[in-house]
Design a protein around this ligand. Structure first.
Ligand code: SF4
Ligand code: SF4
Length: 129
């Protein structure tokens, strides 16, 4: 008789929806303030270098200084803390909701932000605005 409760619970579980998702076929939306891959708006950036200075994991490299400088972001070193975006005096960095960033080729995890073109691609590419 003691097992009646157990049996009832087991039967109830059979008809319940699973709490897990069939990732990657199903996804939950990320929370509003989620910190994914940071991206740079080079139209706003003045090349002060503060983001590179405050980055705790050395994921940002400045190429030159000032309005002609370029920025390299090494996603494989980034821990998505958001410190760069917090510190930027020009609000040039946005923490996106992009989180599926794993890969086999570290070379593809470098994002270069150059000036002068609006080309925006992924990988060993140029992302400029
Ligand atoms: S802190 Fe902002 S303005 Fe300064 S270099 Fe970084 S992105 Fe550009
Ligand atoms: S999110 Fe954090 S670790 Fe990533 S680049 Fe910005 S400061 Fe560096």
């Amino acid at each position: 008789m003691k097992n009646i409760g157990l049996i009832r619970e087991a039967l109830a579980q059979v008809f319940r929806r699973p709490v897990t998702l069939k990732y990657p076929f199903e996804r939950k939306p990320v929370p509003k303030d989620f910190r994914g891959r940071p991206v740079w708006d080079m139209m706003r950036c003045v090349g002060c270098g503060l983001c590179a200075r405050v980055c705790p994991s050395g994921a940002i490299e400045m190429v030159g200084r000032g309005p002609t400088s370029e920025i390299k972001h090494y996603v494989d070193r980034c821990m998505f803390c958001g410190q760069c975006a917090e510190s930027c005096p020009r609000r040039a960095i946005t923490m996106t909701q992009e989180y599926e960033l794993a890969g086999f080729d570290r070379g593809k995890m470098l994002h270069e932000y150059k000036r002068g073109s609006r080309l925006k691609t992924w990988g060993t590419s140029v992302e400029s605005r």
